[in-house]
Design a protein around this ligand. Structure first.
Ligand SMILES: Cc1cc2nc3c(=O)[nH]c(=O)nc-3n(C[C@H](O)[C@H](O)[C@H](O)COP(=O)(O)O)c2cc1C
Length: 171
């Protein structure tokens, strides 16, 4: 199984990146072929401008992945700007793929913001979502590390379920 993790936040202190890395480590230990792309290393350009080399590379990675985990930060009760560019320009070959969502937010009341990502992935590419989301806020972190035991357990369960269901969906 080839899993692609796309960490889409452009923040230098990205918390969703930390969560993506936690899941990356858990999937790697299970022997899964997992690749992580950090949007901060990419040259992201908006729609209707010339697509960059790193965006073409991500387009290819999406094509070759069996399933995809998307890391997002909440911006104005929706997805972050970097993710919108990635979806609009690099997800054309994601059709029908299984996916999971990892989300960092400022507060506890923005959890429905991930629904925008669900809508885009399901309506645009008929993707199938793991019915479990990792959602964390600033309170769950200390010195750039997860400091909440419950969240660490949820990261374990998310990784386990993504692995189990992901494998079953590969024909
Ligand atoms: C432009 C902007 C808008 C934001 N809007 C929200 C919001 O609507 N709800 C919320 O809970 N947090 C909001 N936040 C806080 C971020 O979700 C929070 O900083 C989170 O850690 C971002 O993920 P990241 O650290 O991976 O970039 C916003 C932050 C920015 C920069």
């Amino acid at each position: 199984m080839k899993t692609l993790i796309v960490s889409s936040s452009l923040s230098p202190e990205s918390r969703s990146f930390i969560l993506c890395k936690e899941v990356y480590n858990r999937l790697s230990v299970k022997g899964i072929e997992v690749k992580m792309i950090d949007a901060r290393d990419m040259d992201l350009r908006p729609c209707h401008t010339k697509i960059s080399e790193s965006m073409t590379e991500l387009d290819n990675e999406v094509d070759h992945a069996d399933n995809i985990i998307i890391g997002m930060g909440v911006h104005c009760y929706s997805i972050n700007d970097g993710l919108k560019i990635i979806l609009d320009n690099c997800f054309g070959k994601a059709t029908g793929k299984f996916f999971g969502i990892i989300c960092a937010a400022g507060g506890e009341r923005s959890y429905l913001s991930t629904q925008h990502l669900t809508q885009i992935c399901m309506n645009e590419w008929r993707m199938i979502q793991l019915p479990r989301i990792i959602y964390a806020t600033g309170k769950d972190f200390e010195e750039n590390k997860v400091n909440n035991k419950d969240l660490l357990e949820r990261l374990d369960v998310f990784s386990e379920e993504f692995n189990t269901i992901g494998k079953k969906l590969i024909s």
